[in-house]
Design a protein around this ligand. Sequence first.
Ligand code: FES
Ligand SMILES: [Fe+2]
Length: 367
Amino acid sequence: MYVNNSWYVAATPNELANGNILARTILGHKIALFKTENGQYAAVRDACIHRQAPLSLGHIVGETIQCGYHGARFGTDGRCTHVPGQDVISPKALVRSFPVCERHGFIWIWMGDPELAVDESTIPKNLALLDAKPEMRSCSGLFESMRANYRLLNDNLFDITHAEFVHPESFGGEEVRFYRNAHQGSEPIDRGLTYEIKERSIHFRTHADSLGDEGAPLWRIMMAQARNIESWTGPLDFTMEVSWHAPCYTSFHIYLRPAGQPDATPVEFHDFHAAIPETANSSHYFYTVGINYGDENTLSHLAEETRNVFKQDIILLEAQQVSVGDLDVLSVPHASFSGDRLQLEGRKILDKLLNKERQEKSIAQEI
Ligand code: FES
Ligand SMILES: [Fe+2]
């Protein structure tokens, strides 16, 4: 049901600040996430080995997490280091720990084979690209868990055709219809879409010269914000690059220029979305929004706008989950439209990874 051998966004650093221990369910596992006094991040199963009290109800003591019930302490590797009134501790006294790391403004967790966790190639590279642009102003956020399977959320983020109907006042303009006119390739084409499919990712780009009022309202708002003017009424040249990385990451990079000025510095808007599986019927949604213009107020305004847009999606996603019920999302009979082409390719990549892990597991069991 889940790809285990992958890094997943688990938290934002501020959720673990000031000794806060975070209880979060990820891929169906209850986890306690914390940061030691020396600043090391850690994640352990959120149940004490003694009487199963959630460790998230405890405290940070030095480099350990202390159970809030009888005071047993566990290191970042899960080993029990202290039991009150007891000199000898069995080396078997161990709570399961999970590899964690901090990258690109998020705390990531590895839920699979710990020996494979050294491979960071499953952390989407486009986040590193954003780090490399010092002119970008960015912020991260988290929505509470939503009552919808992560694959529904994945489909939603990678499907821009719904924007015309769900987000007409912000993201939904003529350019999202180009999705239905897709060709393989890496060069942007006017009023079309080119795409490339890789082993674990899909990239597409769409472009429109002289996009006017038929384009999404948000692009004109951004052009006006960047120039500090009331409104932008002229045509603009629009380029959007979208990347989806298995199992659950989508990023959008948008570049806007006044029409016919290919050398003008673009107004840029980048966002990154992580659809993290919580349980079979729920997900955590993390996002990052970045712009290359304006000030903190402009950024908060756009982050709020992103949040409002996503609230429109959540209504649909949670209602879809009710329709699907406890069935596997992908096993429900469904029709496919021409605009679903890349979304279906994404599903195929994910299924391939899931099957590979399933096969490896059954071979290991046979051995
Ligand atoms: S339940 Fe944790 S020390 Fe007893
Ligand atoms: Fe949406």
